[in-house]
Design a protein around this ligand. Structure first.
Ligand SMILES: NC(=O)C1=CN([C@@H]2O[C@H](COP(=O)(O)OP(=O)(O)OC[C@H]3O[C@@H](n4cnc5c(N)ncnc54)[C@H](OP(=O)(O)O)[C@@H]3O)[C@@H](O)[C@H]2O)C=CC1
Ligand SMILES: O=C(O)[C@@H]1CCC=N1
Length: 281
């Protein structure tokens, strides 16, 4: 790949730019970015990653191999409308938009396109994303390999059916936030039980890393690993009893189901925008 263009310069675009740049797959000068209006943000990204930024679409899309759609789903219809004159045959569209279907992207663009839908997460910034990909029939085998190679540089990549991407979004797309939420709770409790912030932070992070590594290396189920921490009448049992009383595990299940449902709703939003413009999917 010689030129990768990001339309949208927010958290997800930066995570990918950072991860791809650090991997060495593409040097900064082969990555281009634009956004709607935030010029300071573009300057920051240029300086930080050595990438190129412009609002001149002729320059931006000239000889682009792949275009990453990285705006919010609500802004997707407007953004695709703006860029559609510049989308030529042979360009690969990589969409990271939650919920938005490949059909919807082609409908707004009013042409058949090679589209890969990807659902990475922000850990792409450090090469640790969990990414799922789904492709349409216009994506060539070479393009599919290229996208896999691209996302492999920022973490683990798996191929799924397009209908499964809402579930992936609810589970691993949003997943880092659930873990950070847990860490926030652990940090709050540490303050209340008399541990210094820095000490607590070190202990929490190492605990997470250790548990993740145990899940990776051990062939035991998570419930068995939990059982092995839980001495009868001990501290863990006392703590988990409180979590059970508050229904925390079922709250997490509901959380992931609701995030999945929201991904579906975000997809319908673009369908509704198209229907309002008398261009139904
Ligand atoms: N954040 C995450 O963890 C993940 C996000 N995603 C998906 O990635 C996408 C982006 O999310 P995120 O990075 O968090 O969003 P942000 O709000 O951080 O960034 C959105 C970007 O889109 C730009 N934008 C909006 N409209 C246009 C337009 N018409 N033309 C060009 N650029 C435009 C904004 O520019 P400006 O600031 O100038 O308005 C901004 O740079 C979403 O669709 C989300 O579903 C997927 C996986 C994980
Ligand atoms: O919250 C969101 O909608 C995006 C999609 C997955 C993670 N962040």
């Amino acid at each position: 790949m010689k030129k990768l263009v990001f339309v949208g310069a927010g958290s997800m675009a930066e995570a990918m730019i950072s991860g791809i740049g650090a991997s060495g797959l593409l040097p900064g000068e082969q990555m281009w970015v634009t956004n709607r209006q935030d010029t300071d943000r573009l300057k920051t990204l240029e300086q930080k990653y050595g990438i190129k930024a412009t609002y001149d679409y002729e320059v931006l899309f000239r000889d682009a191999d792949a275009i990453v759609l990285a705006m919010k789903p609500k802004d997707a219809a407007g953004a695709i409308e703006e860029i559609k004159p510049y989308l030529s045959d042979g360009m690969l569209i990589i969409s990271v938009l939650a919920g938005v279907s490949i059909d919807a992207i082609e409908t707004v663009a009013e042409k058949s396109l090679a589209v890969v839908r990807a659902m990475p997460n922000t850990s792409a910034a450090i090469g640790k994303s969990a990414t799922a990909l789904a492709v349409n029939s216009h994506v060539s085998e070479a393009q599919k390999l290229l996208v896999q190679e691209l996302f492999n540089t920022v973490g683990l990549t798996t191929i799924v059916e397009e209908y499964q991407l809402d579930a992936v979004t609810g589970l691993s797309g949003s997943g880092p936030a659930y873990i950070y939420y847990l860490v926030e709770a652990m940090e709050k409790s540490a303050a209340e039980i008399g541990l210094e912030k820095q000490t607590a932070k070190q202990l929490i992070i190492q605990t997470l890393l250790g548990a993740a590594e145990m899940l990776t290396q051990s062939d035991k189920e998570p419930a068995q690993l939990r059982f092995e921490v839980t001495s009868p009448g001990g501290t863990t049992e006392a703590g988990i009893t409180i979590l059970e009383q508050h229904g925390v595990q079922s709250a997490f299940v509901s959380c992931i189901k609701e995030a999945t449902a929201q991904s579906k709703r975000l997809g319908h939003l673009l369908g509704d925008q198209l229907a309002a413009a008398n261009r139904p999917l």
